[in-house]
Design a protein around this ligand. Structure first.
Ligand SMILES: NC(=O)c1ccc[n+]([C@@H]2O[C@H](COP(=O)([O-])OP(=O)(O)OC[C@H]3O[C@@H](n4cnc5c(N)ncnc54)[C@H](O)[C@@H]3O)[C@@H](O)[C@H]2O)c1
Length: 256
C-alpha cells in the first residue's frame, strides 16, 4: 500500500513557520518529503539539523499586509514551480481586557487571527487553480471553542484576550465556509485546533502550568511534535475525503 501520509515533492507554505508550533510542523512535513516555504517576519531556525531531509525556503513577510502576502506566494511559486498546500499558522496582535480594549485593539487582534487567514486564502486560490486543486490547513484554538476560565490565570499575566478567541472562533467558521465554497475548485479546507501548548520561552509560571495540566483529561500540556500528526493528516492524501473538519488536539480540554 502506498504511504498515504507521504508529502514527497509537495510544496507547502507554512505561515508563522518560525514559531513554536510552526517550526515543529516544518520539520514534520520535511521528514515526509515536502518542500517547505517558511513564511514569517524572521527566520529563527536558519540552521537546522533536519534540513537534510527536504528543501526549506524562508521568505520574510508581513502577513498583516496583502502586498507582502502576494510577494510571498510569488516567491514560493518562483522557487518551486507551484504550491500544493497552505498552512495558516501565524496569529498576532491580540491583547487587553474587554473593559479596556479600544476599537482599534479589538480589530487588530481579530484581524491577526482571521483577517490574515482570509487574506492568505484569497491570495492562494489562483495558485491552486493553476494546478487544479490544493489544500488549506487553518489554525484555530481551544479558545475559539470554549471560553478561557478566568479563575486559572491568577497573577500569571498569561490571561487570554477576548479578541483572540473571537478571531479563532471565526477561523473555525471560515474553514467551513471555504470548504463548502472552494470544493468546486478541488480545494480542501480544514482546521487544526490546538489546546494548551505553552511555549517555555514565554516563561509560564509553574502555578499556571499546573492549572493548565489539570484542565486537560490527560493531565499534561502538549509539546510541539504532538500537533504535527494532525497537520500531516489534513495536508496529505490520507485526508482526501476530509474537508470542513475541525481536528481538536487538546488532551481532552474541550471534551469534558
Ligand atoms: N501554543 C499554544 O498553546 C496554542 C494554543 C492554541 C492555538 N494556538 C495557535 O497555534 C498557532 C501557532 O502558535 P505558536 O504557539 O506556535 O505561536 P508563536 O507565537 O510561537 O508563532 C507565531 C509565529 O507567527 C509569526 N508572526 C507574527 N506576526 C506575523 C506577521 N505579521 N507576519 C508574519 N509572521 C508573523 C511570529 O513571528 C511567530 O513565528 C497560532 O495560530 C496560535 O493561535 C497555539
Amino acid at each position: 500500500m502506498k504511504n498515504l501520509f507521504s508529502m514527497q515533492d509537495k510544496v507547502v507554505v507554512v505561515t508563522g513557520g518560525s514559531g513554536y508550533l510552526g517550526n515543529a510542523m516544518v520539520s514534520g512535513l520535511m521528514a515526509q518529503g515536502a518542500k517547505v516555504v517558511v513564511a514569517d517576519l524572521v527566520d529563527r531556525h536558519a540552521s537546522r539539523e533536519d534540513d537534510q531531509y527536504g528543501e526549506r525556503f524562508f521568505v520574510a513577510c508581513n502577513l498583516a499586509e496583502t502586498e507582502s502576502i502576494r510577494q510571498l506566494f510569488q516567491k514560493a511559486a518562483e522557487r518551486f514551480g507551484h504550491i500544493d498546500v497552505l498552512v495558516n499558522c501565524a496569529t498576532f496582535g491580540a491583547s487587553g481586557s474587554v473593559e479596556e480594549m479600544s476599537d482599534e485593539a479589538w480589530a487588530k487582534g481579530v484581524d491577526g487571527a482571521v483577517g490574515t487567514t482570509f487574506r492568505c486564502t484569497r491570495e492562494i486560490i489562483p495558485y491552486f487553480e493553476a494546478v487544479n486543486g490544493g489544500v488549506i490547513v487553518n489554525f484555530g484554538s481551544m479558545y475559539g471553542v470554549v471560553s478561557p476560565d478566568p479563575s486559572i490565570y491568577g497573577e500569571s499575566g498569561q490571561n487570554n484576550p477576548a479578541n483572540y478567541g473571537a478571531g479563532k472562533a471565526a477561523v473555525i467558521q471560515f474553514t467551513r465556509y471555504c470548504a463548502g465554497h472552494l470544493a468546486n475548485k478541488n480545494i480542501r479546507v480544514n482546521c487544526v485546533t490546538p489546546g494548551p501548548f505553552p511555549d517555555p520561552k514565554k516563561l509560564p509560571p509553574e502555578a499556571f502550568l499546573k492549572e493548565l495540566r489539570n484542565k486537560t483529561m490527560l493531565k499534561r500540556v502538549g509539546v510541539p511534535d504532538e500537533i504535527v500528526g494532525a497537520v500531516l493528516y489534513l495536508a496529505s492524501d490520507a485526508a482526501s475525503f476530509t474537508t470542513g473538519a475541525n481536528l481538536i488536539v487538546d488532551g481532552g480540554w474541550t471534551a469534558w
